[in-house]
Design a protein around this ligand. Sequence first.
Ligand code: CTP
Ligand code: MG
Length: 386
Amino acid sequence: MPIVGIIVVAAGSGARLGAGQPKAFADVDGVPMLERALRGVFGSVEPAQVVVVAPASHLDVARSICDRVAGVASGAVSVVAGGVTRQDSVALGLQALDDSVEIVLVHDAARALTPSALFDRVVGAVAASGHGIIPSLPVSDTIKRVAERSVVETVDRSSLVHVQTPQGFPRESLVAAYAEANQEFTDDAALYSNAGDVVDIVDGEPLAFKITTPWDLARAENVLAELRPVASIRTGVGIDVHAYDPGEPLWLGGLYWPDEVGLAGHSDGDAMCHAICDALLSAAGLGDIGGRFGTDDPRFAGAHGEVFLAETLALVTGSGWTVGNVSVQLIAKHPRLGARRTELEHHLSSLVDAPVSVSATTSDGLGFTGRAEGVAVIATALVQRA
Ligand code: CTP
Ligand code: MG
């Protein structure tokens, strides 16, 4: 049975946020605030009984969020209804603790981005000291004492801190302090100190800030956007197909192929260059050749594949990527690449400013390539952050 209990208070209405529903159920970048807070709780190392205190109207939705986050550990979570004030809600949470719990943490669901390490830090400090423990951050603004609209003095901020949750306490003393509390306190530590118990601080976490107003919610969403891992290497794929047209010269891979049957197309029909363009654009997340270079754009009417490749490379590098390599395969009965494969690789490599490998295959007589109606080309590209 766990010796740690974590009470997550989520029963407030969120009047200042004004989300049209209780605050803990409002989305932070698509995920309910309570769910984000519980991810921090369940990322902590010490197994714990988790008590979620929710509005009476939202017990079912709170339960399903808990099950989603806790997974196989959902048996470790209890959901209870909260009270009128935060203090009432914590008191109701305390009543739901298992007998085995010796250390209690109280945490605001509204501190939705609190890192798991902070829970571990607080539990460790309570276990080591037997004191109440609160996370704190230094005050960086200058603080003034004022009367009416006038400054009385500048307060020495070196002895001031901001405090956060989770706040941790030995269970027995916290329950006793709650039993004797006969006024509202601004946090659990104040209530605990008032009962004569010692409270120490540990380092807090900037990410444990409380979401109170719409500005705070926007801040949380922007912080999440900053933290989102951005792939530094990406791959892309492209395919192009063109029919043979005996009336056209053959352009393939940016080279002219005399005495070969040409390819039909709005441009010069260079399926190899087009497939490479699509692979590069897809790797860089820039869409595809059809969307980028419209068939009604006069610059591209009859244009050679090199023109598309140069434009594509400019788009890819312009959005912060360099090309790692490109691999391209021709599926066709003809032309036979054989003798010109090395020349082709050199030419394409110079066009995309990265190694290009070219291979070819037939389709064993099957399909349109097997019936010699046209060619198919498939390309993959790798790009990396410049
Ligand atoms: N809380 C609670 N029960 C209450 C009041 C608050 O469980 N009766 C919880 C909130 O859900 C929140 C935490 O206490 O996670 C901190 O409170 P606060 O940020 O003030 O949230 P609200 O009271 O919901 O917001 P507001 O004061 O703007 O209405
Ligand atoms: Mg409140």
